[in-house]
Every structure is written in C-alpha cells, then in structure tokens.
Design a binder for this molecule. Structure first.
Ligand SMILES: O=C(O)c1cc(=O)[nH]c(=O)n1[C@@H]1O[C@H](COP(=O)(O)O)[C@@H](O)[C@H]1O
Length: 275
C-alpha cells in the first residue's frame, strides 16, 4: 500500500487507529478457547468488531512465534482475513547483516516464499544501513524504524548523546532519511514521549510515525495529535491490550474501545489536520 492509499483511508474513516493483534491464548475469553484455532477465532472476532474504525492492524510476531507452527498458521489465517484495503504491520523488530535481513524481508513481504504479504515491518536500526536496505528492495513495502520507543529502557541508548550532542534517536532519524524516502520509511515514536513529539516532527516532517503507547501504557492521544500530526496526518496510533482485551465479548467490547478512539481521532483531525 502506498502513502496516498493510506491517507485516503485515514480521511475516509476519519481514523488513524492501528489495532495491535498481540493475542495471548491465556488471555482470550474462554469461549474462544474451545475453537480449533483459538488465536485465529479471537482475531477474527476482533477484526470484525474493529475494521470500520481501524486503518491498520499490527500483529506482534512474538505472540505467534511463541506458539510454534500453530502460531504461524494462526498468523497466516489472520493475514488472509484482514480486509485488503487495511494497512498491515509485521511487528517483528528485526535487524541483522544484509543477507540475513533479506531473508527476514522475504519472510514478511514475499507471499510466494512464506505465504505472508505484510505492507510493512518494524526494524531495529542498531546494525545500520546494510541491515535496513534489504527491506527497502521490496516495492510498495515499508520499513518502520525504531527511533524513540515507549519503554523506560529507551533512555539507555536512544537518549545518549555523542560528542556533537546529538542524541542517538535523532541520529537514527536523520541518517535513515538519507537511505529512504517518506514513501517507504516510517519511524516508531512512543506516545509516552510527550516532551519530544514536537522535536521528532521537526526532525522528520514528512514521515509517518507509528505511535504505540496509548491505552495500556498511558500516552495521550491528544498530545500525539497536537504535536505530531503533519499535512498528510502522518500518524498511525496503536492500541493493543486496550482494545483486544477490553472485555469478554470483542463484538461489543473491542468495538466500543476502537470506536471511542476513532471518535476522539476524528475530533483531533478537525482540530489539527491542516492539509
Ligand atoms: O514497535 C512497536 O510497535 C512498539 C514500539 C514501542 O516503542 N513500544 C511498544 O509498545 N511497541 C509495541 O506496541 C504494542 C503496544 O501494546 P499495548 O501497550 O498493549 O497497546 C506492543 O505490541 C509493543 O510491542
């Protein structure tokens, strides 16, 4: 999916919501546990409940890999079930030397090889240019590079400054923009980093940001919208647990939470989206 299709979808649904499919079989309501594939049955229910309000789905690959071959099958079925006009993110946080990175890219981007056809993948920048480049060889696919993450440990490396006083996250963002255009590169910016939202938007005015950390991690959707929206919206705001585990009945509970976020997003589009 290209950026114009993504922006069109955001404008049509008046939403920049990404629903995180972080499906833990221990946490799903008991009625799904009797199904042949409980993870897929639950994901189906969540997708049915939220597809009108979401512009993206983000299965976190860890939750599927942890289940072995069964988990991979649930992931494949989930991918086939997601409506084709909705953006998909493989939250895999990969990063390795070039030939290995290419295999990761094939895994998530080449359906002839793996059966999976994601639009994008999260990538860790630590190993540098040649670890990111293989993902960029795939047309109409996106790299979503970790920049300023939502977790407390983000201070350990991302905030450290080099001798020119540029923090690591800023260096990542500036250098990565020399590798790829905003048509194929997004950055992960945690919603919990309120003090930095304006700054990161200055550093990368044209890139989409994937923003996790609203809901269960406490980030503010209004602050994210006010400080980081750009002239093409430029935001995909993720909520996982806050939506998928909202109650025992996704058709009602996940729908309610997704709709609530979508309605809030709609008001922020009115307030802060200037084309
Ligand atoms: O790349 C991510 O999506 C990500 C980056 C980050 O900085 N923080 C973060 O929470 N995430 C992911 O976003 C999701 C957040 O889930 P909830 O806190 O349940 O909404 C999880 O899948 C995390 O792995």
């Amino acid at each position: 999916m290209n950026s114009q299709q993504l922006v069109n979808q955001i404008e049509r649904k008046r939403s920049f919501l990404c629903v995180g499919l972080d499906t833990d079989p221990r946490l799903i309501p008991s009625k799904f546990k009797q199904e042949a594939d409980p993870v897929f049955a639950f994901n189906q229910a969540v997708i049915d409940a939220t597809a009108d309000y979401a512009v993206a789905y983000k299965p976190n690959i860890a939750f599927y890999e942890a289940l072995g071959p069964k988990g991979w099958e649930s992931l494949q079925k989930t991918m086939e079930y997601i409506p084709s006009d909705i953006f998909t993110i493989a939250d895999a946080k990969r990063g390795d030397i070039g030939n290995t990175a290419y295999m990761y890219a094939q895994t998530f981007f080449d359906p002839a090889s793996s059966g999976l056809n994601f639009d994008s993948i999260t990538v860790a920048p630590y190993m540098g240019h040649d670890s990111v480049e293989p993902f960029l060889r795939f047309e109409d696919k996106w790299v979503i590079l970790l920049a300023l993450t939502s977790n407390p440990g983000s201070h350990d490396f991302q905030m450290t400054k080099s001798e020119d006083y540029i923090p690591m996250y800023e260096r990542v963002m500036r250098l990565a923009q020399t590798w790829a255009s905003p048509e194929e590169l997004m950055f992960v910016i945690g919603a919990t980093r309120v003090d930095f939202l304006q700054k990161v938007r200055e550093i990368a005015p044209d890139n989409f940001f994937l923003v996790p950390g609203v809901g269960a991690q406490g980030g503010s959707l209004e602050d994210v919208s006010r400080y980081a929206m750009n002239s093409r919206v430029g935001l995909l705001v993720n909520s996982s647990r806050g939506i998928i585990y909202a109650g025992d009945n996704p058709a009602v509970d996940s729908k309610r939470e997704a709709q609530k976020l979508q309605e809030e997003m709609s008001t922020y589009l009115d307030a802060y989206y200037i084309k």
